[in-house]
Design a protein around this ligand. Structure first.
Ligand code: NAD
Length: 476
């Protein structure tokens, strides 16, 4: 049992004014695995006050000092490797190997990347007789989801620290323990008091308190469209800057000259990874008529070979979904797919055999999906692939862009001209070409309903900066 019922405010662990707690459930066992503080508006007020005080000095720290601070965080983070992996395996239900290779690593990458980005980040620019400076925007509220417990938190923290902005972090109630370990990492790294504050609690309470607070200058949110929209509405009252990383329904355009075996493997992996709880999952698979039967057969084989089970057992591909609510939502979508007339190729309703306890779902494929069906339009956030066939490349591009989302697009093919045509035409913030994952310094974020702004590397740091023009600074 993990009990971590305090908030981290102004450099120390303190009781929440509520004295109440929230239970956290292990999704693989459906049992209570721990409790966290049920934070209040008063907790938020205290954290904002601490961050506001810290801002005055923090924004003026020399870049090298912030770089050293990020480096100390990197070193302390590495010391907590086993704890982080264990916490994420337990709270998210992610298989141990994935907790290490993806979840643990992503946190490490973001802190190291921000540290390295400061090597040549231009905070000052001389223009004529004047000077342009960029400085931390000020107190920022960070609200994060459960699907990548260290990735989503670290990417924001690293960028804010690099920029010189103090923060109040509110992680998801489903996966708070990785964030609590991160708070301990930050505390051990000697981050000045008030620069980092952690307030656990319900989204509606803490999110509202932060986004309505007059001393908060920016909200950086990752999560659902509905909560993002609420944050934006609140923030509009006093013109806070808003950075939003929201959902997706990313298309994977498979061209007709691919190695079908390779394409099917790639397409299924980009659907089931992390149990499908991935904002840029490639859940709409667009294949040419000419390879339909062969592709479906191979995708079916691949999906049926996905090992679903206890995240603590070796060699599992996926564990359960994060919560009962998520399980019910995914079941609802599978039912809609069947009801609206898509062809169920594999998977379907119910739990995989032998996995009655835990929020496990069957990796599922639908074919003959029309882009107007619910399973093609809405984010499912579970391991469910929707196969849509096309006859011309232009038709594929039209279908791919016919969505409210624009987080990511994927293309696989041999013909360079066609691959580049697709990559240029897709309306999305990232395009993955022939499985190339790129590097962590590339910007990440969405078009349309997928969000506002960019994270990762130097683009992420820019989000947390204000720009000041000092006119005639050198003119006398
Ligand atoms: P969610 O919106 O339910 O919760 C996200 C965070 O917001 C949590 O900390 C939650 O407590 C808080 N919250 C909930 N209601 C709130 C409110 N009214 N006001 C303020 N905060 C509130 O999302 P989730 O279920 O945790 O995460 C899944 C969603 O996140 C998916 O839509 C997914 O696509 C998206 N996501 C996007 C990215 C990206 O980078 N674009 C990355 C990961 C997840």
């Amino acid at each position: 049992m993990r009990t971590s019922n305090q908030q981290f405010i102004d450099g120390e662990w303190v009781n929440s004014t509520s004295q109440e707690t929230i239970e956290v459930i292990n999704p693989a066992t459906e049992s209570v695995m721990g409790t966290i503080a049920k934070g209040t508006q008063e907790d938020v007020n205290k954290a904002v006050e601490a961050a506001k005080k810290a801002y005055i000095d923090f924004r003026q720290t020399p870049t090298k000092e912030r770089q050293d601070m990020l480096n100390r965080i990197v070193e302390e983070y590495k010391k907590r490797k086993t704890d982080i992996i264990e916490a994420i395996t337990e709270e998210l239900g992610s298989p141990r190997e994935l907790s290490e290779t993806t979840h643990y690593m992503k946190g490490l990458i973001h802190f190291s990347e921000a540290r390295d980005a400061l090597d040549d980040f231009a905070f000052k620019e001389k223009r004529g007789d004047s000077l342009i400076v960029k400085e931390g925007i000020g107190v920022t509220g960070l609200v994060t989801p459960w699907n990548f417990p260290t990735n989503q938190t670290s990417v924001k923290l690293a960028a804010a620290f690099a920029a010189g902005s103090p923060v109040i972090l509110k992680p998801s109630v489903e996966t708070p323990f990785a964030a609590i370990i991160l708070a301990e990492v930050i505390q051990a790294s000697g981050v000045p008091k008030g620069v980092f504050n952690l307030v656990n609690g319900r989204g509606s309470v803490i999110g509202d308190a932060l986004s309505s607070h007059p001393d908060v200058r920016m909200m950086s949110f990752t999560g659902s469209e509905s909560a993002g929209s609420k944050i934006m509405r609140n923030s509009s009252q006093d013109f806070k800057r808003v950075s939003l990383e929201l959902g997706g329904k990313s298309p994977y355009i498979i061209l007709d000259d691919v190695d079908v075996d390779k394409a099917a493997k790639s397409a299924t992996k980009f659907v089931y990874d992390n149990s499908g709880q991935v904002c840029d999952a490639a859940t709409r698979t667009l294949i040419p008529e000419s390879i339909k039967d062969e592709f479906i057969e191979k995708a079916k084989q691949n999906m049926e070979s996905v090992r679903v089970g206890n995240p603590n057992e070796k060699n599992m591909d996926i564990g359960p979904l994060v919560s009962r609510q998520q399980f019910n939502a995914v079941q609802g979508y599978i039912k809609k797919g069947i009801d609206e007339g898509a062809t169920l190729i594999t998977g379907g309703l119910g739990k995989p055999e032998g996995l009655e306890r835990g929020y496990y779902v069957k990796p599922t494929i639908f074919s003959d999906v029309d882009n107007d069906m619910t399973i093609a339009k809405e984010e499912i956030f579970g391991p469910v692939m929707s196969i849509i066939t096309y006859s011309t490349l232009d038709e594929a591009i039209d279908i791919a862009n016919d969505t409210n989302f624009g987080l990511c697009g994927y293309v696989m093919g041999e013909n360079r001209e066609n691959v580049q045509k697709v990559a240029n035409a897709l309306e999305a913030g990232s395009i993955v070409i022939n499985e190339n994952a790129g590097t962590p310094d590339l910007p990440f974020g969405g078009y349309k309903h997928s969000g506002i702004g960019r994270e990762w590397g130097d683009y992420g740091i820019e989000e947390f900066l204000e720009v000041k023009a000092l006119k005639g600074y050198y003119a006398w």
